[in-house]
Ligand binder design. Structure first.
Ligand code: NAD
Length: 269
């Protein structure tokens, strides 16, 4: 028995990659696909849309129909759609993998609430390497004191609509957790003009945008006389899709709860 995957946002950059990845993965199949009502892809075959042969799965615009046909749904769309999908997952008990970034605190709370009734995997970055980087950042931050200024730098393609990236925020959270501080109290997001000197203990974030950069992140620990830099570069967004389909297979049949990629990949806390 294969696990039927529902692809939300099937016409998107990630959606098309997810269709190809789910189709190629042993144990998985593309069971349904959806797009925003009015999107020109509605009615088209999801396989053809993704550059494959026809799969016999038409892209729909009805969330309820997608959940009715899927064992697990995978959502790389936009925050409003993600929260609506989470509510549908909760109503049906269907697993949901969320890769959408730019979620507000309220959206995150809604996901957590829905996860009481369905298994939901949420990760701002589904790659193995970034999830390792998160763990290493936490450990380095725990080992170094505030003589080391922490800066998180990221760069993405020109189409990205949120900043800093969800991964940069997750890295900042990992650094804050390692240091035992509350990120909201120490975050320095975006400097411009007469900022004054750097606050001791601040965790800075900077976002660069341009070209077709798939995703680059670095955590920098800068002290007088030395600097530690740890980073990660993605050259192919296939790594996100592979992680997301792995998460979907993992989530299928699992108990309700809000999970992260560290659970899927068995990386521990
Ligand atoms: P994109 O704009 O190319 O695709 C998003 C798609 O979702 C669009 O086709 C849009 O029409 C569709 N959509 C919007 N609302 C919808 C709705 N109500 N129902 C169905 N479809 C709907 O964007 P992208 O580059 O594919 O990225 C999508 C999201 O995934 C972004 O938030 C991005 O930051 C995130 N992302 C996460 C990871 C990760 O590893 N977690 C990796 C890459 C991208």
């Amino acid at each position: 028995m294969t696990v039927g995957i529902g692809i939300c946002g099937a016409a998107g950059r990630m959606g098309r990659m997810l269709t190809r990845t789910a189709h190629a993965r042993a144990g998985a199949r593309v069971a349904a696909a959806s797009e925003r009502p009015g999107n020109p892809a509605v009615g088209r075959d999801a396989g053809e849309l993704a550059g494959l042969e026809p799969l016999g799965v038409a892209v729909g615009d009805d969330r309820e129909a997608l959940f009715a046909s899927s064992d697990v749904a995978v959502d790389f769309t936009a925050p409003d759609s993600t929260v609506a999908n989470a509510r549908r997952a909760a109503a049906t008990g269907t697993g949901l993998v969320v890769g959408t970034t730019g979620l507000s605190a309220g959206d995150r709370a809604a996901l957590a609430e829905c996860a009481a009734s369905a298994p939901i995997v949420f990760a701002a970055n589904m790659s193995l390497g970034v999830n390792l980087l998160l763990g290493v950042t936490r450990r380095v931050a725990a080992a170094l004191d505030e003589d080391f200024d922490i800066e998180i730098v990221e760069m993405h393609h020109r189409h990205k609509v949120d900043a800093p990236s969800g991964t940069a925020l997750a890295l900042a959270e990992a650094a804050a957790a390692g240091r035992g501080v509350d990120l909201a109290a120490v975050a320095d997001r975006g400097r411009d003009g007469a900022t004054g000197p750097r606050r001791r203990g601040a965790i800075g974030m900077a976002a660069l945008r341009g070209g077709d950069v798939v995703g680059e992140h670095a955590a920098i620990f800068a002290a007088d006389g030395e600097r530690v830099e740890i980073g990660h570069r993605v050259t192919d967004r296939g790594v996100f899709a592979r992680g997301a389909i792995t998460a979907a297979l993992w989530a299928h049949g699992r108990a309700p709860g809000l999970y992260g990629m560290e659970d899927v990949l068995g990386l521990g806390a």
